[in-house]
Design a protein around this ligand. Structure first.
Ligand code: FAS
Ligand code: PHB
Length: 392
């Protein structure tokens, strides 16, 4: 087999890269380890920055998002059961964000790939990027019980945090930065009407978040200790804990119901530098992980793909390697900006087991400052709604 770009991973980064390259006349093959059903069963992100919405629309992937997604002017913060304030991104920046599930995006991406009869090989196993530092890289893998070889010009590692791509880069060529937070998020999906706003709650009992997927599909989270197990959390216990962390009037409006998905995810930050080694480029979770507090993970995957697809298209269009040479530095500037925003919001909104009284007072002073300063709210709005992409 031969292609221009071998894409390892068929999550949002891999399938979006394949779509965007195709639209710029560049051929690719996607190698996905799991089945399509397995990929589609994952419940993950839900908030899309304006830049992500624009990329999806510009690549023919916005129709269902615009029909079923929820545009939001901003998000709400409540703390210690007191009244809330609304960070109005639209008022400060003229930008909105969209509540539309990653699962739906994945469905839309698979549908677009099917429409163009894209080469997306699912259940491709034992995928191995080879000779990535040469000008003739290739990928070995097994598919339908047959050992295969895919010759290519470039390899995009879109295979997530546990994938093979980042591990292909010699440790002497990679610097890794990591921060583990001392808690996780227990998330549930329920067929109930959501609260009107994406609402973050800081409470003495811990962080909570109210979000949505549609007008009858709600997504909620509570901060839990790292050693909690999903079997520790009945639906009743979840709803009781969630409502306890919102102000009474808001809690009274939370519609409870049976969970249709329930999972616990640890919170951590991780960044690998550089995001390139020879002809291998890392995209999305393969290169970085952020705590979901800032709703940045999926949006960063999209920004990596935007930069890499633009850079690879320039090579094939006019032989220019300027953008692939600057891809890693450009992508990492946005990655670190989002890592910092996610770190700031995680520290602002969670209760840390080791927090001292001083830490608590400082956190409350920050919440008060945000509440009272239009400048502080504008700054947070700019970070939350997402910065513009860098020009080529
Ligand atoms: P993905 O991990 O989504 O996709 C990688 C793909 O590569 C997978 O399909 C995998 O099967 C495949 N793969 C792995 N190894 C392979 C190999 N060796 N060969 C071939 N294929 C291989 N972000 C938010 O913004 N908000 C959230 O609320 C949020 N919640 C999350 C909850 C959980 C439990 C997790 C894990 C992540 C969450 N994220 C959230 C982040 C998430 O949305 C990621 O940022 C997003 O999935 C990144 O997309 P990809 O980079 O494509 O990686
Ligand atoms: C979600 O809707 O899943 C969501 C929203 C905001 C976040 C994280 C997750 O910060």
């Amino acid at each position: 087999m031969k292609t221009s770009v071998a894409i390892i991973g068929g999550g949002p980064a891999g399938l979006l890269l394949s779509e965007m390259l195709h639209r710029q006349g560049v051929d690719s093959v996607v190698l996905e380890a799991r089945s399509r059903d397995y990929v589609l069963a994952r419940i993950r992100a839900g908030v899309l920055e304006q830049t992500t919405v624009d990329v999806l629309r510009e690549n023919g992937l916005g129709e269902r998002m615009d029909a079923q997604g929820h545009p939001h002017d901003g998000m709400r913060i409540v703390w210690a059961g007191r009244s809330s304030y609304f960070i109005n991104c639209y008022e400060h920046l003229g930008k909105r964000f969209m509540a539309y599930g990653q699962t739906q995006i994945q469905e839309d991406l698979f549908a677009a790939a099917d429409r163009r009869q894209a080469r997306v090989l699912t259940e491709a196993t034992d995928v191995r990027p080879m000779d990535v530092a040469s000008d003739k890289p290739y990928v070995l893998f097994r598919h339908n019980g047959v050992d295969e070889r895919l010759d290519c010009d470039y390899i995009a590692g879109c295979d997530g945090f546990h994938g093979v791509s980042r591990k292909t880069i010699p440790p002497t060529h990679l610097q890794e930065f990591e921060k583990a937070y001392p808690f996780g998020w227990l998330g549930i999906l329920s067929r109930t009407a959501p609260l009107p706003d994406v609402t973050y709650a800081n409470h003495p009992r811990g962080f909570a978040l109210a979000s949505m997927r549609s007008s009858n599909l709600s997504r909620y989270y509570v901060q839990v200790p790292l050693d909690d197990k999903i079997e520790d959390w009945s639906d009743d216990r979840f709803w009781s804990e969630l409502t306890a962390r919102f102000p009474p009037k808001m809690a009274a409006r939370i519609q409870t119901g049976p969970s249709i998905e329930k999972s616990i995810a640890p919170l951590r930050s991780f960044v690998a530098e550089p995001m390139r080694h020879g002809r291998l480029f890392l995209c999305g979770d393969a290169a970085h992980i952020v705590p979901p507090t800032g709703a940045k993970g999926l949006n960063l995957a999209v920004s990596d793909v935007f930069y890499l697809s633009r850079a690879l298209a320039a090579v094939y269009r006019d032989g220019s390697e300027r953008l692939i040479d600057s891809y890693s530095a450009m992508a990492l500037r946005r990655v670190w900006s989002s890592v910092r925003t996610s770190w700031y919001l995680t520290n602002l909104l969670h209760r840390f087991p080791t927090a001292t009284e001083f830490d608590q007072r400082a956190q409350e002073a920050e919440l008060d400052y945000l509440n009272g300063s239009a400048h502080a709210q504008a700054s947070l709005a700019e970070q939350y709604a997402g910065m513009p992409f860098e020009p080529a």
